[in-house]
Design a protein around this ligand. Structure first.
Ligand code: SAH
Length: 478
């Protein structure tokens, strides 16, 4: 290949990467191009090159993909938070579904898998070879009717522009340069009003935003959360200092925002990229907002973990519940349980649910949430799934009818999977945010007596390259 750095060349985009970049091939060499989508014919500039692949910049779209639409957000390209905004939403859903399908087929070895609506009579999947295997047709991906303004949480950094005015927005790509934008289309409408109030009060009293280079200035970030079912809104200012001057003015003005329930500030005086410090000082309200997933109630404080797309979370966990097929008699283990969202959701239809999670604070929240809802048939363990489960199994011969796993991107530890297979629950429900590790783990479980029965994707993060998947595996070996 004779393309060198800064050369300009034409390329057809044939695939998309996990992180939503367009992927094209030229003479066997692979190019990743941000902002280009499948089907685009583009002009690109070579930026950075490795042995087998390189990164290029999109200069212009020569022939747009049929799925290309105009970005709604004026700073979509600079911000980089929405990698797929230039792709029609139905195309995004198809792309995500295909990604999961390809991984389950190639890595998971699921020859008998079909896309939703795929014609089973043809033999293009080499079904004759796999004829004795029952076909598994993926259920249609669960998309959003309105794929905008779905995020219940936003954290806006504050800074100064060249004219020394206070600005807020998002960090561009992986940099620390703030792109001004107060109305992210993935966030709630209240964000804008809140940011304007905070900026106005800062300007009125000459309060300075934090400057990273000099570790000076006061206001670092503003965290905003909203309970979608309750309409309750929370604001937490993150400060490089222990006091918020004119806090009474902030409170008075912020209370004009409908739904304002909780106002506080967080102390973070460290030189760090971590947004929140440990200390919260409450200025107004109970220190938390309330929200529901299904009919389970949650108390959300500035520091709590909570799923950012509550509408799709309910649908995703609803799918997990449906796949678990509970009758009220089952013992369920929920591994990687976080704050216990799945455990509490399932507990209403199960005899007993055990949750395992590595972060102690998350388990504290899980226990509090159980108490808040008067749910008594759940028990939580702090520890690694791959340690707690085998210990419990060896020691107490614990039993499971259903095991649910919802691991981080790296998937399940093989010791964990091995223990699951030895325990032999009738059903394993795998909730995954990374279909490559899902497929690897599915292969492992299939080699140990499980078979895939149902597969469904859920779009938790429209406009981004992420996709969640739920897989039901059933015990088949005698
Ligand atoms: N279902 C959860 C979210 C799961 S995200 C909820 O709704 O809250 C994955 C979780 O796995 C995270 O909370 C992470 O802290 C936890 N985790 C990561 N590695 C783990 C391990 N080895 N054992 C147990 N939990 C782990």
């Amino acid at each position: 290949m004779d393309i060198k750095k800064n050369d300009v060349f034409e390329l057809t985009i044939e695939d998309m990467s996990e992180s939503g970049e367009g992927v094209g091939k030229l003479d066997g060499y692979i190019w990743f191009v941000k902002d280009a989508i499948i089907g685009d014919r583009i002009e690109a500039k070579a930026m950075k090159m490795k042995k087998n692949y390189g990164f290029a910049r999109l200069l212009q779209v020569l022939e747009p993909s049929a799925g290309r639409v105009k970005e709604r957000c004026p700073v979509a390209r600079q911000c980089g938070g929405c990698q797929l905004q230039m792709m029609d939403y139905d195309e995004q859903l198809k792309f995500k579904e295909r990604k999961v399908y390809n991984n389950l087929k190639r890595i998971g070895g699921l020859e008998n898998l079909y896309l939703p609506g795929e014609d089973l009579s043809g033999d293009k999947n080499g079904l004759s070879a796999a004829a004795e295997q029952k076909p598994v047709v993926m259920e249609p991906i669960i998309g959003m009717e309105e794929p905008w303004r779905y995020r219940n949480k936003a954290q806006f950094p504050f800074g100064m522009n060249r004219e020394n005015q206070v600005i807020t927005g998002f960090y561009a790509g992986r940099t620390h340069c703030i792109i001004e934008n107060e109305d992210c289309l993935l966030g709630v409408r209240e964000n804008r009003e809140i940011l304007e109030i905070v900026k106005a009060v800062m300007n009125q009293y000459g309060m300075k935003p934090y400057q990273e280079e000099t570790h000076s200035g006061l206001v670092r970030h503003v965290l905003i959360r909203k309970g979608f079912k309750t309409g309750e809104v929370m604001v937490c200012l993150v400060l490089n200092g222990k006091k918020l001057p004119h806090s009474d003015v902030f409170v008075e003005k912020l209370l004009e925002v409908p739904g304002m329930t909780s106002i506080s500030y967080n102390v973070n005086t460290e030189k760090t990229n971590v947004i929140l410090g440990r200390e919260i000082v409450n200025l107004y309200g109970p220190g938390y907002i309330t929200d529901f997933i299904g009919n389970v109630k949650y108390r959300i404080s500035p520091l709590s973990f909570y799923q950012v797309n509550p509408i799709q979370t309910e649908r995703l966990y609803g799918t997990a519940l449906e796949y678990a097929g509970l009758t009220g008699e089952e013992t369920v283990w929920d591994l990687y349980c976080g704050i216990g969202t799945i455990s509490l959701f399932l507990s209403q239809k199960a005899k007993k649910v055990y949750g395992v999670e590595i972060v102690p604070q998350a388990i504290e929240d899980a226990r509090e949430n159980a108490a808040l809802n008067a749910i008594e048939n759940v028990e939580f363990f702090v520890g690694k799934a791959e340690e707690v489960l085998p210990q419990q199994y060896e020691k107490d011969k614990v039993y499971a009818d259903v095991i649910v796993v919802d691991p981080p991107r790296k998937g399940c530890d093989s010791v964990c999977l091995d223990t699951i297979a030895r325990m032999g629950p009738k059903k394993v429900v795998y909730v995954s945010c990374d279909s490559a590790t899902l497929a690897r783990d599915v292969k492992y479980l299939r080699e140990r007596g499980y078979e895939v029965e149902r597969v469904r994707c859920c779009d938790m993060f429209p406009m981004t390259g992420h996709v969640e998947t739920v897989v039901l595996l059933e015990w088949k070996a005698q």
